[in-house]
Each structure stands twice: as structure tokens, then as C-alpha cells.
Write a protein that binds this ligand. Sequence first.
Ligand code: 5AD
Ligand code: SF4
Length: 452
Amino acid sequence: MNVYDSARMGDVLAPLGFVPTEDAGAADMVILNTCHIREKAAEKLYSELGRFRRLKDARISAGKRTLIAVAGCVAQAEGEEIMKRAPHVDIVLGPQTYHRLPELVARAERRIAANDGASPRGILDIEFPAESKFDHLPDVASASAAAFLTIQEGCDKFCTFCVVPYTRGAEYSRPVADVLAEARHLAEAGAREVTLLGQNVNAYRGAGADAAGGLGGLIRALADIDGLDRIRYTTSHPIDMDDELIAAHGDVRQLMPFLHLPVQSGSDAILARMNRRHGIDDYRKIVDRLFAARADLKLSTDFIVGFPGESDKDFEATLALASEIGFVQVYSFKYSPRPGTPGAAMGDQVPDAVKAGRLQALQDVLNASQSEFNRACEGRIMPVLFDRAGRKAGQLVGRSPYMQPVHVMAPEGLMGTIAEVEITEAHANSLGGNLASPKMDNDGDNNRRISA
Ligand code: 5AD
Ligand code: SF4
């Protein structure tokens, strides 16, 4: 999500003459794009801001200016506090107001000029009109081979650990026609893969969807776009995996056989306290139906350990589920109480040392299943979409259908294309291989899928 938002902010600022740079010391403007969902996001922001204050002071001494902006969820949540604690910040803008960046930059520059060196108060813009954000963003300038497309924002689920419903607001889906237009544009600009984004993406209900509606229908429509060879979506809630979407996994060749489906815990009692609205058996049933639709599907997930009230027995259930499902990629977190969420006010908070021990035990299981899957890929031929240069000269890096990074010695001309690669090496988090010759289809096997 944040990578996509950063790219869109770059697009919005391009007409003002801003180009992206890796060198913050030479930048006329620094934007810190923040995410509130993880631990200690606010503290990390303030320490980063300290670093950028020194950089800004050094630039002022050299007679130059640096605008500092804070964007994203922490900006939304901390607003005034950032202005108070970090007066060198020029602009604070929430996730819904990126389209106003050019105006905010112009206003900040006018204020600085008017104060001539004095430290004027920054500009705060953290309103919530989700619809207008999508209406005003300009078209994507040039797409990368693997592009992101936001189709949905916000969340109404109110899991008791999560800040998203408070920082990103209610669920909103972009109209089908807008999504299709942007996807066509991305494909014309060179995107071969599109990842549909949303905090709760499979709750998608865009205006213009037919009666079956929803994400499954949208994916079928996207699959008709020329040049769009791969479709993914993230992040999903298990209870929104409806029949239409599951069927799309079986029928739509472009939909990659890899799905991120957060489960959070293996214990029914903890899922209830988290207000996840489903039990472990429901999750199993959904997974079984997905596998029935598409046998080569692999899953990734999120787990939180140490949620309030999590006993040793609850945690054992999490370990058991992790082994049972055999996730090929997992993000696991120690529970971190977010102020204002129900979880933070619950009794039975788990001591940090216990959380740390559980996280380690869970990661051991998860790393083992990820490595096992990577090893099982050795000797296979997989389609790889190359989207960046490797560290070694002559090397390209791309993604397998299962999102594994694959390192291959390959001519530069293959950048932005899908090529077949024979996997020769499996590492903990990536694969290595050689270009293979025979042509095969894009989803890792040579089966033709037909929809009945
Ligand atoms: N503490 C720990 N992990 C969290 N996540 C969200 N909120 C918290 C929290 N308060 C994790 C969830 C979610 C992922 C994006 O971040 O696992 O799926
Ligand atoms: Fe947060 Fe996801 Fe739950 Fe929504 S569904 S409240 S975004 S964890």
C-alpha cells in the first residue's frame, strides 16, 4: 500500500518539477510516508524526524531549502502532535489528501518565503473524503512491470487489535469503470502484473459491479485486458472469500496461485476476542474450497502472538495450525497495544518476554515450511516476471507466481517480460535459476483452464 501511495505522490508532484532521488541529503523535499499498523510507528517517526531536522539545518546553512512532509496513517493519527513535537515539519497530510500535495507545497513555500528563515508553523491537512482522493489523482506516468492499483480503502471490521478503521475510515470501493480504465492504462504503460490493493480488498463492492458483483467479477473483467498477464490482490479477510471469488481462482488463468489470507491466531477463543468473526474450522473450510478450485494454490498469512488473554494452550493451537496449513510465507507480529483500540484496554495483557518467546517458536515453524516449499521448487520450471536489476552485473531479479524473488543471469531486454526459468537453487527467502527455453503458460503448469 505504502509503495503505491509513494509512487502516486511522486506522480502528483512531477508537474512541479520534482523527480525522485535516493539521496535525501540533496533533496528539495523529503516525504516520510508512514504506516501506523506496526509497533512503535510513532516513535520511529519522531526519531527519523530528528535525523531530517539535522539534514534540513545543514541545507539551510548552505543556503538551500528542504521541505519536510509527513504522510500516511501516522500523520492522520498524530496530526497536531507532529506539528508540536517537530516544528521543522512543513506539511502533515493524511492518506486521503495526496491530490492536494501541489497546493500544500505551494502554500508551505509561500509561508517560508514570507517568514524568511523564521520557523513558520507547518500546514496540517488530514481530512477524510475518500472519494475525492481517487477522483483527483493524475494518470500513472509510466508503470513498472509489476504495478499496484488501489481499488478499495478503509475497513468496517473493527478487529480489536487494529487501528485501520480509525485511521483509514469506512470501507469505500472505487467504481468498476474507474478501476478498469486505470488497469488498461497501466497495461499500456508496460505493466504485465497488477496487484489490486485494499485494506479489506475482498470486501470490494464497486459501483457498476453486476449482481454477482464483488472482487471475483472485477477480476474476470480485468482478465480481458490485453497484456495483463498476472493478477493478484491483497489484503483479504477470510469472511469475505465468497463463492464468486473462490471460483475465479479456478477459472481465471491470470489470477496467480498465491493468496495472502490473514488468520491471526489458531485459537477460537482468541479469534473471538479479536472480533475476527470466524473460527478456525471456518478458515479450514475456506482453504479447502480454495484448494478444490485450484490445487496448486499456496497461501501466506499473518499471525499475531501474545494478544491479551492468549494462554499457552491458545498459542499451541496457533503452532498446530501453522504446521497443518503449511503456509509458504508468513508475517508474524508480537501484539502491540494501539491506543484507542479495544485490545489495548483488555485485561490479561501478555508480558513482553512471553510474546518474544512465542514469536520465536512460531517463526521457527514458519521458516521451516517456507524453506521446505522453496526446496520443493528446485528442478521446476517457473514463469518469472523480471522487474529489477540484480546486484551482480548481467543479473535480473523477478517474481515467481508464488512471489518468491528469483535471481537469474539474463539479458537486459527481458526486463518487464515473463520468461521461463529453471530453478536451480533454493535459499531461505529467494530462488536462483537459469533461463529455460520451452514456452509454457504463465501460471506454472501447462494446463489449460476452461470455465464451464
Ligand atoms: N499488533 C500487532 N500486529 C498487528 N497487526 C495489525 N495490528 C496489530 C497490532 N496492534 C498485524 C496484523 C495484520 C498485519 C497487517 O499487521 O497481523 O494482518
Ligand atoms: Fe484491521 Fe484488517 Fe481487521 Fe480491518 S480486517 S480491522 S484492516 S485487521
